[in-house]
Write a protein that binds this ligand. Structure first.
Ligand SMILES: [Zn+2]
Length: 545
């Protein structure tokens, strides 16, 4: 006999639905109220109808699963995941979509550790673990199977009819609100992460062998007969946004070294392919182009690195982050983030680690090649952990991963310190390249960030908004090139022309693929000289045949 006061499965489902809609959707309700701005009675009625329709829909869905051994784990799991999602949305204004799920699942333990703050744990335990536990221990009166089936069917019918009737009654309001504010649905728990998980699941498959791409690639030997190898260092930045680079007009001196370095070009109007690492990094190497790019297509196919190697160049990926997101599959890779010695404060692995032994790696590339340095850059929310103490120049800083604990000024200071440190790392890199130049190796550096960052503008933090909705802060990226004098001569590019181009041209991640081909005089049908920004300023490369 179940104890007195036991719940029916229907009651448990309804309570769970009410709890999720009311307690774990703070961001959704805030955004809805901001959009609707209810003034008249009818507006409030619409908001109420929205709430009731959501509870009814969730209740209908749970009624489908209202059988023993299914309902409780499902309801408890839903509450727990909803609490996680709610925390991230409330705290960072993050939109939950397939890219976000990919980022969460592909984040390493070190990065994830930064999110495990006291407030995070308190939120998830109080609003997730405790209610989920209550669901698990709640006494339930299970009816016989025939009774359960008819009761479930009745609840499904009644709940979905109620939701349908409400939507129809307020159709104009529903339609305009959802159409006007597409990001509203990304804030709605739990549908946001269920849809995102499903999308991620269908996109995610790890192929064993890569589809060949750019098979016709070869070096144009006649035109590279200077005798000197060319080694290009491609620095993939992290979360650096263009607006905070003084090279690009930021009022604060965040690039004291690069702005006094010769032969620097900064493409001031550059945009990223995506708004998160897991999308942007594969995209910039893929050669597929932002328009058609999908993570799944790129994961199954060779990219810039494989094509360069086929053409006879050496390729090396050095990583101070959570990995190359599949880009360096089958490519020589050095993971430097695990090296935590005393010089890195025992915990953080500062980006200068990427320069350790770099000169030897370059010298070893007898036929020239590409070295990718994947930075930790400005990875948030713990910006303060990215820089050695001597670079925490802008004060006061935010000494917490809990951005809501800090003022806007502290957050920006901490972020600007990461840009200041990146400036230092790039300048040190250029110094190394200058030294290598004297040993008979031509050198160039390309620095491009994977995406930008929101620092509180429009109430948003971090990054990862769907590309179409993303604010400029998340997509406007630094794209900086340094070309040695010898390499300028080798490529026959005019720096004056490039400086003019860099000030105005709308560059993007799509340019990278073609620019690197152009630098190495790679012949392939994939090369598009129109996208090779160096070619536009007299680079010797002619249209491929
Ligand atoms: Zn990133």
């Amino acid at each position: 006999m179940p104890p007195r006061g036991a719940l029916t499965p229907g009651q448990l489902g309804l309570l769970t639905s009410l709890y999720i809609v009311a307690a774990l959707n703070g961001a959704f309700w805030t955004r809805l109220l901001a959009d609707v701005q209810p003034a008249a009675f009818g507006d409030w009625l619409f908001v109420l109808a929205f709430a009731v329709a959501l509870v009814a829909l969730l209740n209908a869905a749970l009624s489908v699963a209202a059988v023993p051994f299914v309902l409780k784990p499902l309801a408890a799991g839903l509450v727990l995941l909803s609490a996680f999602a709610a925390y991230f949305i409330d705290e960072f204004g993050t939109a939950i979509d397939a890219n976000m799920i990919r980022n969460v699942l592909e984040t390493d333990a070190h990065e994830a550790g930064e999110f495990l703050t006291g407030p995070f744990l308190a939120f998830v335990i109080l609003l997730g673990v405790v209610p989920a536990g209550l669901i698990v221990i709640a006494p339930v009166r299970w009816p016989t199977l025939p009774k359960a089936l008819s009761a479930n069917s009745a609840r499904i019918l009644i709940s979905s009819s109620l939701a349908g009737a409400l939507v129809l009654s307020f159709y104009a309001s529903f339609a305009s609100t959802i159409r006007e504010s597409r990001d509203l649905l990304f804030a709605l728990v739990p549908s946001n992460f269920i849809v995102a998980l499903a999308k991620y699941g269908t996109q995610h498959h790890a192929p064993h062998t890569l589809r060949r791409f750019g098979e016709d690639a070869h070096r144009d030997d006649i035109k590279t007969a200077s005798g000197r190898p060319l080694v290009t260092i491609l620095v993939v930045g992290e979360t650096a946004r263009s607006a905070n680079f003084s090279l690009n007009g930021y009022a604060r001196e965040t690039n004291p070294r690069l702005s006094h370095t010769d032969n620097i070009l900064s493409f001031k109007q550059a945009s990223s392919c995506g708004t998160d690492t897991a999308h942007s990094v594969p995209c910039m190497f893929s050669g597929i182009g932002q328009e058609k790019f999908t993570v799944a297509d790129a994961a199954g196919q060779e990219n810039l690195l494989h094509i360069l190697r086929r053409a006879g160049l050496d390729v090396l990926w050095r990583d101070n982050q959570s990995g190359c997101k599949g880009v360096c599959k089958d490519v020589a890779t050095e993971l430097l983030i695990k090296r935590r010695d005393a010089s890195h404060d025992g915990e953080a692995s500062y980006d200068e680690v990427l320069l350790d032994g770099l000169e030897d790696r370059i010298a070893a590339m007898k036929h020239g090649g590409l070295i990718v340095l994947h930075m930790m850059g400005s990875h948030g929310p713990a910006y303060f952990k990215r820089v050695p103490a001597s670079f925490a120049r802008f004060q006061p800083t935010c000494q917490s991963a809990q951005l809501s604990r800090c003022t806007g000024e502290q957050i920006v200071n901490s972020y600007d310190n990461t840009i200041l440190y990146t400036d230092h790392v790039l300048a040190e890199l250029i110094k190394i390249l200058g030294a290598v130049e004297a040993k008979g190796i031509d050198t160039a550096m390309i620095y491009v960030s994977d995406h930008g960052e929101s620092l509180g503008e429009k109430g948003l933090y971090l990054h990862g908004m769907p590309r179409a909705l993303a604010p400029r802060e998340q997509t406007h990226i630094p794209f900086i090139i340094w070309i040695s004098h010898a390499t300028q001569a080798r490529l026959r590019v005019s720096m004056e022309c490039l400086q003019e181009l860099a000030a105005t041209v709308g560059a993007s991640h799509d340019n990278l693929f073609h620019m690197v081909f152009g630098m190495f005089a790679i012949r392939t049908h994939l090369y598009d000289p129109r996208l090779d920004l160096l070619h536009r300023c007299g680079a010797r490369r002619e249209s491929p045949t």
